[in-house]
Design a protein around this ligand. Structure first.
Ligand SMILES: Cc1cc2nc3c(=O)[nH]c(=O)nc-3n(C[C@H](O)[C@H](O)[C@H](O)COP(=O)(O)O)c2cc1C
Length: 308
């Protein structure tokens, strides 16, 4: 028997354990309701909600999603039902599922992050929070929280005050020094980091001579970004005292192994599900075969093995 389980976070107060390292990435799985009609959600390592804000959001003008030769550019604009409706309508459904559940939250001010963390703090059906810090700070001229170590620190500090839930901070990939951001977050109470969100991108319609996306700019995901994800994980693993979760271009089982050898304890699948909605389940099955074929008894034994 291969042991695929991952004891991801043990904060001393609350734990987050996964039955396998495969999570579904925020925004690419909605809140799981549609998929649960077709697939066994409980076979996944965990599910992550759509990015949730305090108030409902209608999102950006269309088009919001375009295909590139090696990935997707999205500019959904955080369309979501808002935290209160999420708690009322989604949480009771999640409560019935035996799977690790993670709510992805996003604020436009430091205070908003605190409010969101407090709102979810005493909800037993939520196992952890993923905090998206790739969001423009409206009080600081629109700079992303995740691009400024000081702002990232402030966000983490307020969140830690408001919740004892395991907190996973999802980093922005466009930073001058990823190790600095990881250090600041772990020193201020983060329990894990997700590396990372999408990369700023755009496309031009050459017939109309204008940007394709309604919001002009979006975030690039998919195979195009995998090598950058791997590098950022590798560099972060060298200094991280907390677990790293990979996100960005993980399309198949080999990519999962690569990310884990670079230092990821778990992995998120996003764009791959647009090619094949079965991808996360296929990857879990093949991961077990890979381990058997390579005499790996415990999947967590490969984490960071390529880092020197
Ligand atoms: C359509 C779409 C919507 C997304 N929405 C969110 C979101 O609401 N919150 C968030 O943190 N990340 C969001 N992401 C980013 C993904 O969770 C993931 O980090 C990114 O796509 C990189 O992984 P991938 O290459 O496997 O897709 C979204 C990505 C896509 C493609």
């Amino acid at each position: 028997m291969v042991n695929l389980s991952i004891p991801l976070i043990d904060s001393g107060k609350q734990n987050l354990s996964l039955i396998n390292p495969i999570l579904v990435a925020s925004g690419t799985f909605s809140n799981g309701l549609e998929m649960s009609k077709h697939k066994d959600i409980e076979k996944l390592g965990g599910i992550i909600s759509k990015g949730t804000t305090i108030k409902p959001r209608e999102g950006n003008n269309t088009p919001r999603l375009i295909e590139t030769p090696s990935g997707l550019i999205n500019s959904i604009g955080f369309q979501n039902i808002g935290a209160k409706k999420f708690i009322k309508e989604i949480v009771p459904i999640w409560q019935k599922w035996k799977v690790a559940t993670i709510v992805n939250i996003m604020g436009y001010t430091i205070e908003e992050y605190g409010i969101l963390a407090e709102l979810f703090d005493d909800i037993n059906a939520i196992d952890a929070l993923e905090i998206n810090i790739s969001c423009p700070n409206v009080e600081a001229g629109g700079i992303e929280f995740g691009q400024d170590p000081q702002l990232a620190k402030e966000v983490m500090k307020i969140i830690r005050k408001k919740t004892e839930k395991p907190c996973i901070v999802k980093l922005s990939p466009i930073v001058s020094n990823i190790q600095e951001i990881v250090s600041v977050l772990q020193d201020n109470g983060a329990d894990a980091v997700t590396i990372s969100n999408t990369y700023p991108a755009m496309a031009i319609d050459i017939n109309k001579r204008q940007p394709v996306l309604g919001a002009k700019f979006g975030g690039l995901s998919g195979p195009a970004v995998k090598s950058m994800t791997i590098r950022n994980i590798y560099l972060s693993y060298k200094i991280a005292k907390i677990p790293i979760i990979a996100s960005g271009g993980i399309m198949n089982t080999e990519d999962v192994i690569e990310a884990m050898m670079a230092g990821a304890a778990a992995v998120q699948i996003g764009t791959a599900t647009y090619i094949d909605p079965n991808a996360p389940w296929q990857i879990i099955k093949k991961l077990e075969h890979y381990c058997k074929d390579n005499n790996i008894n415990d999947i967590s034994s490969i984490v960071g093995t390529a880092v020197s």
